[in-house]
Design a protein around this ligand. Structure first.
Ligand code: SAM
Length: 257
């Protein structure tokens, strides 16, 4: 399905979910015994990132500060994608209030990779960045350094990636820390100015845990704040969110009513 975004509204489903190409991916077992993967990539095609940036700018135009909290941040691809999208769509002054993004992941190894300021990109990723941004080299520099992620299963599948240094224009706008959504979410304070990204992660958990988490989002977030999910969340998480006080603005983007 290919439905277009129009300036008159944020109509659903500009892009359909397609498989992602990840250059950094680990499998690990959580304390609860879940088999978890950290696979990700820049401009993952399950979200219309530039349209989403337009929407954020419009939705929060009357706010002085917007708090973007990103759970399941993985190697940093997603935080960088969000920053690039905002920068591509507006100027330094009007995007300043969105930063720094607070980005958390549960997996210590992938957090260390994100904190390194390096990223592994495949030619496909380079194309995706170049397609969405005016200037790839504004954001990523060649480097002789190599980013090694312990247990990176992409090493055994496809070693055709290159390590890049991420430009300060991106690294200065995000803080990566180890963090668990289930512990941090209940303490969030909102003033209708919050964006929570928890993309392609809740779907790994049992139904009751997903529902409890969405009820906390319902309680903590005030009208106008946003929750963003991903393709893995399509069949269960997205439906539960819609049933708990959120309206779908565009595919995988929900606004607290
Ligand atoms: C499939 S990846 C998704 C990465 C990225 N959000 C995306 O959509 O491309 C799932 C990520 O969720 C993280 N994760 C799992 N449980 C978590 C938790 N309780 N709190 C924060 N992150 C968690 C994993 O470590 C992994 O990096």
């Amino acid at each position: 399905m290919n439905i277009t975004f129009t300036p008159y509204g944020y109509n659903t489903y500009k892009t359909s979910a397609t498989p992602s190409f990840g250059r950094s991916g680990r499998n690990y077992i959580t304390q609860e015994g879940l088999d978890m993967s950290t696979i990700t990539c820049p401009f993952r095609t399950d979200l219309a990132w530039l349209d989403f940036a337009d929407f954020e700018l419009e939705n929060f135009k009357d706010k002085n500060k917007v708090n973007i909290i990103q759970f399941a941040a993985s190697d940093g691809s997603e935080a960088y994608t969000q920053i690039m999208s905002l920068l591509e769509r507006s100027n330094y002054i009007s995007t300043k209030k969105f930063f720094p993004i607070k980005a958390y992941d549960f997996d210590e190894n992938i957090v260390k990779a994100a904190q390194s300021g390096l990223i592994n990109l495949h030619a496909v990723d380079e194309c995706d960045v170049a397609e969405n941004c005016k200037n790839f080299s504004r954001y990523f520099f060649e480097t002789p350094q190599k980013l090694h992620i312990p247990g990176n299963f992409c090493d055994s599948i496809d070693k055709c990636y290159k390590t890049y240094k991420v430009a300060p224009a991106l690294t200065n706008k995000v803080i990566f820390n180890k963090g668990d959504i289930f512990k941090i979410l209940p303490g969030i304070e909102d003033n209708s100015n919050t964006v929570i990204l928890c993309r392609n992660m809740l779907a790994y958990f049992p139904k009751q845990k997903i529902l409890d988490t969405i009820k906390i989002m319902n309680q903590r977030l005030k009208s106008g704040s946003l929750v963003v999910t991903g393709e893995l969340d399509t069949n269960n998480v997205d439906n539960y969110i819609k049933q708990h006080g959120f309206e779908e603005i565009m595919k995988h983007v929900f606004r607290r009513i």
